[in-house]
Design a protein around this ligand. Structure first.
Ligand code: ZZB
Length: 257
C-alpha cells in the first residue's frame, strides 16, 4: 500500500516540541487521498497513542508513531540509518491544539485535535481531516463541536473547532450536497462512536468520490479524481510538501485477517 505523507508544519514550538528549535518540525499525516488535501480542516491524533520526533534525511524533524519511523528507516527517509533514534517522545494529548500549516487547504492554520479511533498500527498515527469527504472526520468533528466536556478534557477551544467542511469534489448523485455530511445525515450518524454505520458510510463516499468525483477547486478544477490523483501527489512531492511511503505487507494481511 502506497501512502502519501503530508507534511504539516508546526508553526510554534511549544511544550514537548520546544527543545527542537531551531529545526523545522512537521507532523506527518498518511493519506490515500492526496486529491482531497484542498479540504483539510484539522489534523487528528490519538490522544493516548505514543508519538516520537525523528530527524529526516532533509534535516527536518518528523513527528509520527515509532512503528512508522521504523518503516521510514527501511525506506531511507531518516538521517540516522539502521535504527530509530527518537529525539523527543510524547503522548498524543501533549500535542493537542498545535497550530499547523498544511498544503493546499484554504485554512491558513489548522489545529491538532483528538480522535479516539486513530489506529497505532496504520499509516503514521497522524491523520489529516477532510470532513467534506471522510465520514469518520465529519463525525469526530461534530463530536468536538457538540461536546464541551470533550474539548475541555484536551484543552481544545471553540476557535480550534470553528471549521466547516469545504466543498472540493462534486459527485453527481449528491448534487450540490457535500458527500460526507450528507451521507452521515442520511444514515443518522451522530458521533464517532457510530462505528458500524461509519464503515458503511466510508465505503459509499469512497467509491463515489473516486469513480464519479470531479474536483471543483484548485488547479485541476473540472478534472475527474481518477485522472488527477497521481498528478496532485507528484506536485506535492516536487514542492517538498509530501513524501511517498510504503506500508509493509504484514499490515495489509493483519488488517484483512
Ligand atoms: C485524507 C482522506 C480524505 C482520507 C478522504 C479518507 C477520505 P483505508 O482506506 O481504510 O485504508 N487514516 C490514515 N491513517 C489512519 C490511522 N492511523 N487511523 C485511522 N485512520 C487513518 O483508509 C485510509 C484513510 O484512513 C486515510 O486517507 C486517512 O484518511 C485515514 F476524503 O486521508 B484519508 C471515505 C474516505 N475519505
Amino acid at each position: 500500500q502506497e501512502y502519501t505523507l503530508i507534511k504539516m508544519r508546526v508553526q510554534e514550538l511549544h511544550g514537548k516540541l520546544a527543545s527542537l528549535a531551531p529545526k523545522v518540525v512537521f507532523l506527518i499525516a498518511a493519506t490515500l487521498r492526496p486529491e482531497t488535501m484542498y479540504g483539510q480542516t484539522n489534523c487528528w491524533l490519538g490522544p493516548d497513542l505514543n508519538y516520537i520526533a525523528v530527524e529526516a534525511k532533509n534535516g527536518n524533524v518528523y513527528v509520527c508513531t515509532k512503528r512508522a519511523a521504523r518503516n521510514m528507516v527501511y525506506q531511507g527517509m531518516l538521517r540516522v540509518e539502521n535504527k530509530v533514534l527518537p529525539i523527543v517522545e510524547m503522548k498524543g494529548y501533549e500535542l493537542m491544539g498545535t497550530k499547523l500549516t498544511a498544503p493546499l487547504t484554504s485554512y491558513k492554520t489548522i489545529y491538532t485535535l483528538p480522535m479516539m479511533t486513530v489506529k497505532e498500527d496504520k499509516g503514521t498515527g497522524v491523520v489529516t481531516s477532510v470532513p467534506s469527504d471522510a465520514p469518520d472526520d465529519f463525525a469526530a468533528l461534530i463530536d468536538l463541536k457538540n461536546k464541551p466536556a470533550l474539548r475541555e478534557k484536551y484543552g481544545i477551544t471553540e476557535e480550534m473547532v470553528n471549521v466547516e467542511p469545504v466543498p472540493i469534489i462534486d459527485v453527481p448523485e449528491f448534487g450540490t450536497l457535500i458527500s460526507a455530511p450528507s451521507v452521515c445525515q442520511m444514515m443518522g450518524i451522530k458521533s464517532q462512536n457510530d462505528k458500524e454505520k461509519l464503515v458503511e458510510a466510508k465505503e459509499k463516499v469512497y467509491l463515489r468520490g473516486f469513480y464519479e468525483g470531479t474536483l471543483i477547486i484548485g488547479e485541476f478544477k473540472g478534472k475527474k479524481v481518477q485522472e488527477i490523483k497521481k498528478a496532485i501527489q507528484e506536485k506535492l512531492v516536487k514542492a517538498g510538501e509530501a513524501e511517498l511511503y510504503q506500508e509493509p505487507e504484514k499490515q495489509i494481511i493483519s488488517r484483512s485477517g
